[in-house]
Design a protein around this ligand. Structure first.
Ligand code: SAH
Length: 345
């Protein structure tokens, strides 16, 4: 019997475009695909699920991405930023709850200059020397990335959003370019960061062709982390009338990514949990091995709304931690409290 395309992907970590089209467009392979992804994840990481404590520290943003709820032109969002002290106290609470990775995410907020970001990173690094500090604060010059690294940041999340130039131009205003986004990712890699790229599933104008371009770009970049989640429309953005990305396609892509990049750190995202009550559990079963519970103070959570109906807005950090622990266990995995560094090889 000829080898199935799922087995072929598992063994060679790649497939020709025609086979990728088939895998992404047909439900026929799903059962075999998810089983293979789970097996590969267990080979590399066992049943471990890594925690990243997400601190959404500012929703001020100078950019105007058409999909994003905190875009500059959305005048309905009450803007906030956490202070240095606020952020330290979130991290302290997270540390007590067992977190050993902190992700500082925000809009591109001019208040947070390189000096302020460096001071924050250095302070976190000094107080929590056994923790990994991850930044997700958008596009910067190489020198800024270097300064953050020198202050102690070791990971950076910057989704490429789409690897197609034409598609990028449909999701962003003209002042943003795919070329600069890619330049940032290569700079981050060159400096020595563990880098996370990624994209939304089902974003407006996306077809299978764009998704395959995303997979090809990731094969070139070889990131340590890949963040994907369904596009979810936000009522106060230009994309308010576009349909959301689907659970089915997101799960299929998670599984394909696990087979292409067996070592990769792959979160089961809040967006996936937003479009389906068991979305994150299903994501874990399809190959994901990271969850990113929210550590932001409850008072600001509803203001960091990138998309409508975002979950977990009312829960204290400790509740989030407990809830995820139960969800991860119900899917058949186990939360581990270590830094969860990438295991290449
Ligand atoms: N300013 C930072 C952080 C962006 S928020 C940066 O530029 O990297 C993190 C991710 O949320 C984005 O990269 C995007 O892929 C995702 N996102 C934004 N709006 C979304 C939406 N409406 N639905 C789903 N995901 C969205």
């Amino acid at each position: 019997m000829p080898e199935s395309i799922v087995q072929q992907l598992r063994e060679t970590r790649t497939l020709p475009d025609a086979e990728l089209f088939a895998l992404l467009e047909s439900p026929a392979y799903d059962a075999e695909l998810f089983a293979a992804a789970d097996a590969v994840r267990r080979e590399h990481y066992g049943d471990a699920v890594f925690l990243r404590g997400l601190i959404e520290f500012t929703n001020h943003c100078r950019n105007n991405c058409y999909y994003c709820g905190i875009r500059r032109d959305n005048l309905k969002v009450p803007r906030y930023r956490l202070t240095h002290e606020d952020i330290l106290s979130c991290a302290k609470e997270g540390y007590t709850l067992g977190y050993r990775t902190f992700v500082l995410q925000g809009g591109e907020d001019p208040y947070y200059t390189d000096e302020r970001v460096c001071a924050l990173v250095a302070d976190l690094h000094a107080r929590f020397p056994d923790c990994a500090i991850t930044l997700s604060i958008g596009e910067k010059p190489r020198a800024s990335y270097q300064a953050f690294f020198d202050a102690g940041a070791r990971r950076y999340l910057l989704r490429h959003e789409t690897a197609s130039e034409a598609h990028y131009a449909k999701l962003h205003p003209a002042e943003l370019s795919l070329a600069n986004r890619k330049r940032c990712l290569w700079d981050l890699k060159g400096i020595g960061y563990q880098v996370g790229a990624g994209f939304m599933v089902g974003s407006p104008y996306q077809t299978t062709r764009e998704l395959i371009a995303d997979l090809r770009f990731l094969q070139e970049l070889q990131p340590d982390m890949i963040g994907i989640g369904p596009f979810i429309h936000h009522a106060d953005t230009p994309f308010r009338d576009f349909p959301n990305g689907t659970l089915e396609l997101t799960l299929r892509l998670l599984a394909v990514l696990r087979l292409m990049f067996p070592y990769v750190l792959l979160p089961s995202t809040t967006a996936l949990g937003t479009i389906h009550p068991q979305g994150r559990e299903l994501g874990l079963k399809a190959g994901a091995n990271v969850v990113m519970p929210n550590l932001s103070p409850v008072a600001v959570r509803a203001k960091y709304k990138l998309y409508d109906n975002k979950i977990c807005l009312g829960e204290e950090s400790a509740q989030c931690r407990g809830c995820l622990e139960r969800r991860v266990a119900s899917a058949g995995y186990r939360i581990v409290t270590d830094r969860g560094d990438v295991r290449r090889g």
